[in-house]
Design a protein around this ligand. Sequence first.
Ligand code: GRF
Length: 207
Amino acid sequence: MSTSGRVGILISGRGSNMVALIEAMQRGEIAAETAIVISNRPDAGGLARARALGVMTRVVDSGVVKPRKLHEQRVIELLREQRVDLVCLAGYMRLLSAGMVAEFRQRILNIHPSLLPAFPGLDAQRQALDYGVRFTGCTVHFVDEACDHGPIVLQAAVPVEPDDDEARLSARILEQEHRLYVRAVRLFFDQRLEIDGRRVTIAGGVS
Ligand code: GRF
Protein backbone atom coordinates (compact mmCIF):
# COMPACT_ATOMS: atom_id res chain seq x y z
CA MET A 1 0.00 0.00 0.00
CA SER A 2 1.27 3.48 -0.83
CA THR A 3 1.82 5.93 2.06
CA SER A 4 -1.34 7.78 1.12
CA GLY A 5 -3.94 5.17 0.27
CA ARG A 6 -6.04 5.32 -2.84
CA VAL A 7 -9.77 4.72 -2.74
CA GLY A 8 -12.16 3.86 -5.56
CA ILE A 9 -15.81 4.56 -4.76
CA LEU A 10 -18.59 2.80 -6.67
CA ILE A 11 -22.03 4.43 -6.76
CA SER A 12 -25.38 4.10 -8.50
CA GLY A 13 -27.31 7.02 -7.01
CA ARG A 14 -27.21 10.22 -4.99
CA GLY A 15 -23.87 9.43 -3.33
CA SER A 16 -24.28 10.90 0.14
CA ASN A 17 -22.00 8.26 1.67
CA MET A 18 -19.54 8.94 -1.13
CA VAL A 19 -19.54 12.66 -0.24
CA ALA A 20 -18.97 11.84 3.44
CA LEU A 21 -15.94 9.73 2.51
CA ILE A 22 -14.47 12.19 0.01
CA GLU A 23 -14.84 15.10 2.44
CA ALA A 24 -13.28 13.14 5.32
CA MET A 25 -10.30 12.29 3.11
CA GLN A 26 -10.00 15.89 1.96
CA ARG A 27 -10.05 17.07 5.60
CA GLY A 28 -7.21 14.65 6.31
CA GLU A 29 -9.28 12.50 8.66
CA ILE A 30 -8.41 9.40 6.64
CA ALA A 31 -4.89 8.61 5.44
CA ALA A 32 -6.06 8.24 1.85
CA GLU A 33 -7.38 10.10 -1.16
CA THR A 34 -10.25 9.39 -3.54
CA ALA A 35 -8.65 8.18 -6.77
CA ILE A 36 -11.86 7.69 -8.72
CA VAL A 37 -15.65 7.52 -8.46
CA ILE A 38 -17.31 5.07 -10.83
CA SER A 39 -21.04 4.91 -11.47
CA ASN A 40 -22.91 2.23 -13.38
CA ARG A 41 -25.61 4.80 -14.12
CA PRO A 42 -25.04 7.95 -16.17
CA ASP A 43 -27.81 9.77 -14.26
CA ALA A 44 -26.41 9.11 -10.77
CA GLY A 45 -26.65 12.34 -8.78
CA GLY A 46 -23.40 11.52 -7.03
CA LEU A 47 -21.38 12.08 -10.21
CA ALA A 48 -21.87 15.85 -10.17
CA ARG A 49 -21.25 15.96 -6.43
CA ALA A 50 -17.93 14.10 -6.86
CA ARG A 51 -16.85 16.40 -9.69
CA ALA A 52 -17.74 19.45 -7.60
CA LEU A 53 -15.35 18.08 -4.97
CA GLY A 54 -12.63 17.79 -7.61
CA VAL A 55 -12.71 14.01 -7.92
CA MET A 56 -12.31 12.13 -11.19
CA THR A 57 -15.49 10.34 -12.25
CA ARG A 58 -16.18 7.65 -14.82
CA VAL A 59 -19.43 6.04 -15.96
CA VAL A 60 -19.53 2.41 -17.00
CA ASP A 61 -23.17 2.28 -18.05
CA SER A 62 -24.63 -1.08 -17.09
CA GLY A 63 -27.52 -0.41 -19.48
CA VAL A 64 -25.05 -0.30 -22.37
CA VAL A 65 -21.97 -2.31 -21.40
CA LYS A 66 -23.23 -5.89 -21.38
CA PRO A 67 -23.04 -8.68 -20.43
CA ARG A 68 -22.44 -8.33 -16.72
CA LYS A 69 -18.97 -9.88 -16.95
CA LEU A 70 -17.78 -7.28 -19.45
CA HIS A 71 -19.23 -4.46 -17.37
CA GLU A 72 -17.39 -5.65 -14.31
CA GLN A 73 -14.19 -6.12 -16.29
CA ARG A 74 -14.32 -2.46 -17.33
CA VAL A 75 -14.83 -1.40 -13.73
CA ILE A 76 -11.91 -3.55 -12.60
CA GLU A 77 -9.66 -2.07 -15.31
CA LEU A 78 -10.42 1.47 -14.13
CA LEU A 79 -9.74 0.54 -10.53
CA ARG A 80 -6.47 -1.14 -11.54
CA GLU A 81 -5.41 1.84 -13.66
CA GLN A 82 -5.95 4.05 -10.63
CA ARG A 83 -4.03 1.60 -8.39
CA VAL A 84 -6.70 1.66 -5.73
CA ASP A 85 -5.96 0.09 -2.36
CA LEU A 86 -9.57 -0.02 -1.25
CA VAL A 87 -12.91 -0.17 -3.06
CA CYS A 88 -15.86 1.38 -1.23
CA LEU A 89 -19.35 0.45 -2.37
CA ALA A 90 -21.61 3.38 -1.60
CA GLY A 91 -25.12 2.67 -2.79
CA TYR A 92 -23.76 0.57 -5.68
CA MET A 93 -26.73 -1.47 -6.85
CA ARG A 94 -24.81 -4.32 -8.45
CA LEU A 95 -23.73 -7.65 -7.05
CA LEU A 96 -20.03 -8.32 -7.44
CA SER A 97 -18.84 -11.56 -8.99
CA ALA A 98 -16.49 -13.95 -7.22
CA GLY A 99 -13.80 -12.81 -9.69
CA MET A 100 -13.99 -9.20 -8.58
CA VAL A 101 -14.06 -10.16 -4.92
CA ALA A 102 -10.93 -12.27 -5.52
CA GLU A 103 -9.18 -9.43 -7.36
CA PHE A 104 -9.66 -7.11 -4.36
CA ARG A 105 -9.72 -9.72 -1.62
CA GLN A 106 -10.35 -8.12 1.77
CA ARG A 107 -10.13 -4.74 0.10
CA ILE A 108 -13.81 -4.04 -0.65
CA LEU A 109 -16.12 -2.45 1.91
CA ASN A 110 -19.87 -1.94 1.74
CA ILE A 111 -22.37 -0.06 3.86
CA HIS A 112 -25.82 -1.47 4.45
CA PRO A 113 -28.74 0.26 6.22
CA SER A 114 -29.56 -2.44 8.78
CA LEU A 115 -27.92 -4.37 11.58
CA LEU A 116 -26.79 -7.36 9.52
CA PRO A 117 -27.52 -10.23 9.35
CA ALA A 118 -31.03 -8.79 9.79
CA PHE A 119 -32.68 -7.40 6.67
CA PRO A 120 -30.13 -7.94 3.89
CA GLY A 121 -30.92 -6.98 0.31
CA LEU A 122 -33.17 -4.20 -0.94
CA ASP A 123 -35.39 -1.91 1.15
CA ALA A 124 -33.75 -2.76 4.46
CA GLN A 125 -35.45 0.14 6.25
CA ARG A 126 -38.89 -0.97 4.95
CA GLN A 127 -38.12 -4.53 6.03
CA ALA A 128 -37.24 -3.29 9.54
CA LEU A 129 -40.47 -1.29 9.82
CA ASP A 130 -42.59 -4.18 8.54
CA TYR A 131 -40.94 -6.58 10.98
CA GLY A 132 -41.65 -4.28 13.92
CA VAL A 133 -38.12 -4.13 15.39
CA ARG A 134 -37.42 -1.49 18.05
CA PHE A 135 -33.86 -0.97 16.86
CA THR A 136 -32.23 -1.19 13.48
CA GLY A 137 -29.13 0.64 12.21
CA CYS A 138 -26.29 0.28 9.77
CA THR A 139 -23.35 -2.00 9.11
CA VAL A 140 -20.00 -1.58 7.37
CA HIS A 141 -18.66 -4.93 6.25
CA PHE A 142 -16.03 -6.44 4.00
CA VAL A 143 -17.55 -7.78 0.81
CA ASP A 144 -17.49 -11.47 0.01
CA GLU A 145 -19.25 -13.51 -2.66
CA ALA A 146 -22.67 -13.40 -0.96
CA CYS A 147 -24.96 -10.37 -0.77
CA ASP A 148 -24.58 -8.22 2.40
CA HIS A 149 -22.71 -11.07 4.05
CA GLY A 150 -18.96 -10.50 4.57
CA PRO A 151 -17.12 -9.93 7.89
CA ILE A 152 -18.53 -7.01 9.89
CA VAL A 153 -16.26 -4.05 10.67
CA LEU A 154 -18.58 -1.66 12.53
CA GLN A 155 -22.27 -1.31 13.34
CA ALA A 156 -24.39 1.49 14.76
CA ALA A 157 -27.81 0.96 16.31
CA VAL A 158 -30.65 3.38 15.58
CA PRO A 159 -34.03 3.37 17.39
CA VAL A 160 -37.27 2.94 15.46
CA GLU A 161 -39.75 5.54 16.70
CA PRO A 162 -43.49 4.79 16.88
CA ASP A 163 -44.43 7.35 14.23
CA ASP A 164 -41.62 6.46 11.80
CA ASP A 165 -42.26 6.01 8.14
CA GLU A 166 -39.61 4.77 5.74
CA ALA A 167 -38.32 8.26 4.93
CA ARG A 168 -37.91 9.32 8.57
CA LEU A 169 -36.25 6.10 9.59
CA SER A 170 -33.97 6.14 6.53
CA ALA A 171 -32.86 9.70 7.30
CA ARG A 172 -32.03 8.79 10.92
CA ILE A 173 -30.02 5.77 9.76
CA LEU A 174 -28.27 7.73 7.01
CA GLU A 175 -26.87 10.21 9.50
CA GLN A 176 -25.19 7.31 11.28
CA GLU A 177 -24.08 5.73 8.00
CA HIS A 178 -21.96 8.74 7.12
CA ARG A 179 -20.15 8.65 10.45
CA LEU A 180 -19.75 4.90 10.50
CA TYR A 181 -18.33 4.61 6.99
CA VAL A 182 -15.73 7.30 7.65
CA ARG A 183 -14.66 5.54 10.85
CA ALA A 184 -14.37 2.18 9.12
CA VAL A 185 -12.29 3.51 6.23
CA ARG A 186 -10.05 5.37 8.67
CA LEU A 187 -9.48 2.12 10.60
CA PHE A 188 -8.65 0.34 7.34
CA PHE A 189 -5.97 2.86 6.36
CA ASP A 190 -4.61 3.02 9.88
CA GLN A 191 -4.10 -0.72 9.34
CA ARG A 192 -6.04 -1.55 12.48
CA LEU A 193 -8.37 -4.14 10.93
CA GLU A 194 -7.55 -7.81 10.95
CA ILE A 195 -9.88 -10.41 9.49
CA ASP A 196 -10.02 -13.85 11.01
CA GLY A 197 -12.77 -15.87 9.36
CA ARG A 198 -16.00 -13.98 9.97
CA ARG A 199 -14.53 -11.88 12.75
CA VAL A 200 -12.79 -8.56 12.34
CA THR A 201 -10.42 -7.55 15.12
CA ILE A 202 -9.80 -3.85 15.64
CA ALA A 203 -6.35 -3.10 17.03
CA GLY A 204 -6.73 -0.81 20.05
CA GLY A 205 -10.49 -1.39 20.19
CA VAL A 206 -13.39 0.45 18.55
CA SER A 207 -12.77 4.18 18.57
C1 GRF B 1 -27.48 3.89 1.73
O1 GRF B 1 -28.58 3.75 2.57
C2 GRF B 1 -26.58 2.69 1.81
O2 GRF B 1 -26.54 2.10 3.07
C3 GRF B 1 -27.22 1.75 0.83
O3 GRF B 1 -27.66 2.56 -0.23
C4 GRF B 1 -27.88 3.89 0.26
C5 GRF B 1 -27.03 4.79 -0.58
O4 GRF B 1 -27.24 6.15 -0.27
N1 GRF B 1 -26.29 0.72 0.43
P1 GRF B 1 -26.22 7.23 -0.80
O5 GRF B 1 -26.18 7.06 -2.33
O6 GRF B 1 -24.89 6.98 -0.18
O7 GRF B 1 -26.80 8.54 -0.42
